[in-house]
Design a protein around this ligand. Sequence first.
Ligand SMILES: O=C(CO)[C@H](O)[C@H](O)COP(=O)(O)O
Length: 219
Amino acid sequence: MTQDELKALVGRAALDHVVPGTIVGVGTGSTVNFFIDELAKIKDRIAGAVSSSHRSTERLQAHGIRVLDANEVESLPVYIDGADEIDQRGFMIKGGGAALTREKIVADLAERFVCIADASKLVTTLGRFPLPVEVIPMARAQVARRLARLGGEAVLREGVVTDNGNVILDVRGLSITDPLPMETEINQWPGVVTVGIFARHRASVCLLGTPEGVRTLSF
Ligand SMILES: O=C(CO)[C@H](O)[C@H](O)COP(=O)(O)O
């Protein structure tokens, strides 16, 4: 099976986690795109979606799915999104698509985070994928120096401006053995908007696409 076929598989499987009659939290990325296309098939059975990016909003609306502003909802039963890496505890690295801040906001509204990913995303220790950090442009160099003190090499993602008007640093060389304290530390530095460690907002469940079918990991 190709990676896209695995993504399509979990995008379809995620429909089982959608609660009929409710608003669905929708992430961003190529795996989520498959989910959105599946969601369109049951659009009359949901109350709409809260989206984590302009890209996902456009795709949802193109399918005729109502997109609500996050400020209009108090909670969501479920948030469905991909990941760049996920470990055996449900901790993730996200932000490969530069949507990490809005993804964390929507995840925070949700009771459950359903991660959909192909098997290549499952890792023992987070950090092989460069850690995305969304930063206010003025603080770019300052935050990069602090990351260097943690042992990471931060590189500016060229040509990328987030939906919030900020930049992304991609950090190589970090071995994230203890995701929760690292998330907390980096996130409180001045100028950091969001770090792409999702420990506080880890997955409740992961639908992992494997050649043998969908493997469900519960955390
Ligand atoms: O965090 C994300 C976007 O900011 C995505 O969920 C992550 O990059 C995975 O993307 P894909 O499904 O395309 O592999």
